[in-house]
Design a protein around this ligand. Structure first.
Ligand code: UD1
Length: 451
C-alpha cells in the first residue's frame, strides 16, 4: 500500500489541465450497453473507477480497448449481473440496472449497502423503474429485476437523486411511449449523459431542468463520432482550492467554468482573485484567507463533492466559517482528521463551524472517502512540516495523476510505500524536486547540467 507525503508551505504557480469528469464518464460507459455495437469515447479520465467499470462491462461480455480513447464493444451481453465484489468497491455500478432491464429484460445487481458518507439507499431508482413496469425481488443481498414490456410513466422523485435520475432515464429511453421524470437531477453530469444518449438516437428534452421528458424509441445505435466526456468540475474546483489554501497563482485549463460558479463564488468570498476564461479559471491568492459560509445543495447549488475541500480552505481562513451539508447525513469524516492537523472544527448534525487557525501542522492522517482524501491533501499543502495521507486508494478512484498535477505547479508531494520512514520521505521529496527541475532551469541557477 502507498501513502501520499506532502511537505507543506509552498505557494503554487503554473497551470493544471483538467481531466474528464468521473461522474459523467461512469454512467456514459455504462449507457453504451443500450446500443449494441462499437462505441468510442474520448476525454475518459484514467482512474481506478474507470478500470472497475470497464472490467464490470468486460465480465458482462463487452470487451474494451483503452488507447488514448476508449473503444467498447457492446454487441453481445452474456451475463446480466453486477456482482457484490464490484458494486461494493464502486457504487456507480448500480447504474447497470436500468440499461440491462431495458435491453435484456432482466438484471441481477448486488445492493450497494451503506458507505462512509451515509446509508445511500436506492429506493428512488427502484420506484422509478417499477413505474416503467420493472418488477424486483431481493434475494441474498441481490436485487433481481425483470422487465417484459417497459411503458412510459410519470415519475416523481422524492429528491433530485443523481444516479437515480440516470438509472431511470437509461431504462426510459427504450420504453414504449412518454416518460416524464419530475424533480430530476440537474447536475451537468446528468446533462452529459443526456447528450450522449441523444447521440445514440434517444429522444430526450428538458436536460438541465427538473423535468426530463423521454419519448421511448425501439432501439439505439452507436454514434458515428467519438463522444467527448465533459470536464470534471470537481477536479477543477479541488485544484482551485489547492491554490487558495497554499497561496500563489494557478490556472486550471480545459475546464468548463460555467459549471463551477457556486465554488468560485465561495473562493471569491474567501478573498481569492478569480479570473474566468472561456475554458480556464485562474486563481490568485496573495492576501490572508477570510472566513465564509457554505451550504451544499443540488446543482446549481454548491456541490456536496466540494464540501470537504472548502472545509480544508476554511481551516486557515481568518474568522469563523459555517459549513452546512444538506445532501448526505454523514459527510464530515474529514473534520476529525483535519483536527489532528490543528484545525478547530465543531460539528453537530449537518452543521460544521470552523474557526480559522494561523497555520496547520503536518500529521499522519487517514482518508475515509474520495473527497475527504482530497481535503487532507489540500490541508497538507498548507501545513507546516510533513503530512502523510494514508489509504490513498480512495484518491486513485477519482483523481487522475493528482500527485503529478500538483507537483507540476510546485508542490512538494510524492507517493511512497506506507512503510517509508521520515528520512526516506524527505529523500523522496528532494529527489522529486530535482527531477522536476529542467536542465535549462538548473543551468540558469548555475548548477552543473547532468547528462
Ligand atoms: C452522485 C455522485 C456523487 C455525489 C452525489 C450528490 C456519481 C457516481 N456519484 O451520487 O459523487 O456526491 O451524486 O451530488 O455520480 N437518496 C435516497 N434514495 C435514492 C437515491 C438517493 O434517499 O434512491 C438520497 C441519498 O441518500 C442522498 C441524496 O438522496 O442523501 C442524494 O443522493 P444521490 O444524488 O443519489 O447521490 P448519488 O447519485 O449516490
Amino acid at each position: 500500500m502507498e501513502k501520499i507525503v506532502i511537505d507543506g508551505g509552498r505557494p503554487l504557480h503554473g497551470s493544471i489541465r483538467c481531466s474528464g469528469a468521473k461522474n459523467a464518464a461512469l454512467p456514459i460507459l455504462i449507457a453504451t450497453l443500450l446500443a449494441p455495437g462499437e462505441h468510442r469515447l474520448t476525454n475518459v479520465p484514467e482512474l481506478a473507477d474507470t478500470s472497475s467499470t470497464l472490467s464490470l462491462l468486460g465480465r458482462i461480455g463487452c470487451p474494451s480497448l483503452v488507447q488514448g480513447s476508449v473503444r467498447l464493444d457492446t454487441t453481445r451481453i452474456a451475463f446480466c449481473e453486477a456482482p457484490y465484489d464490484v458494486v461494493r468497491k464502486m457504487r456507480a455500478s448500480v447504474l447497470v440496472l436500468g440499461p440491462m432491464l431495458a435491453r435484456c429484460g432482466e438484471a441481477r445487481v448486488s445492493l450497494p449497502g451503506g458507505c462512509a458518507i451515509g446509508t445511500r439507499p436506492i429506493d428512488q431508482h427502484l420506484k422509478g423503474l417499477e413505474a416503467l413496469g420493472c418488477r424486483f425481488e431481493l434475494e441474498g443481498g441481490y436485487i433481481n429485476g425483470i422487465a417484459h414490456d417497459l411503458k412510459g410513466a410519470e415519475i416523481h422523485l422524492d429528491m433530485p437523486t443523481v444516479t437515480g435520475t440516470e438509472n431511470i432515464l437509461m431504462a426510459a429511453v427504450l420504453a414504449r411511449g412518454t416518460t416524464r421524470i419530475h424533480n430530476a437531477a440537474r447536475e451537468p453530469e446528468v446533462v452529459d449523459l443526456v447528450h450522449f444518449l441523444q447521440n445514440l438516437g434517444a429522444k430526450i428534452t428538458g436536460e438541465g431542468t427538473s423535468t426530463l421528458t423521454i419519448e421511448g424509441v425501439p432501439r439505439l445505435w452507436p454514434a458515428s463520432r467519438p463522444y467527448s466526456i465533459v470536464p470534471d468540475r470537481i477536479e477543477a474546483g479541488t485544484y482551485l482550492c489547492a491554490a487558495a489554501i497554499a497561496g500563489g497563482d494557478v490556472e486550471v485549463t480545459g475546464c468548463a467554468p460555467q459549471l463551477l460558479e457556486a465554488s468560485l463564488h465561495k473562493l471569491r468570498e474567501a478573498g481569492c482573485h478569480v479570473e474566468v476564461g472561456e475554458t480556464s479559471v485562474r486563481l490568485r491568492r496573495d492576501t490572508p484567507l477570510r472566513s465564509f459560509s457554505a451550504r451544499t445543495e443540488p446543482y446549481p447549488g454548491l456541490a456536496t463533492d466540494m464540501q470537504a475541500q472548502l472545509m480544508a480552505v476554511a481551516t486557515v481562513a481568518a474568522g469563523t466559517s459555517r459549513i452546512e451539508e444538506t445532501i448526505f447525513e454523514n459527510r464530515f469524516m474529514h473534520a476529525a482528521e483535519l483536527t489532528r492537523m490543528g484545525a478547530r472544527i465543531q460539528h453537530v448534525g449537518r452543521l460544521a463551524t470552523v474557526e480559522g487557525v494561523e497555520a496547520l501542522k503536518g500529521a499522519q492522517v487517514m482518508a475515509s472517502d474520495l473527497r475527504a482524501s482530497a481535503a487532507l491533501v489540500l490541508a497538507g499543502l498548507a501545513a507546516q512540516g510533513l503530512t502523510e495521507v494514508l489509504r490513498i486508494y480512495h484518491l486513485d478512484r477519482g483523481y487522475e495523476d493528482l500527485v503529478g498535477k500538483l507537483r507540476g505547479v510546485g508542490a512538494r508531494i510524492v507517493r511512497a510505500p506506507d512503510t517509508t520512514d521520515t528520512d526516506a520521505m524527505i529523500e523522496a521529496l528532494d529527489a522529486a524536486d530535482r527531477a522536476d527541475v529542467s536542465p535549462e532551469e538548473e543551468m540558469a541557477a548555475g548548477a552543473p547540467v547532468s547528462s
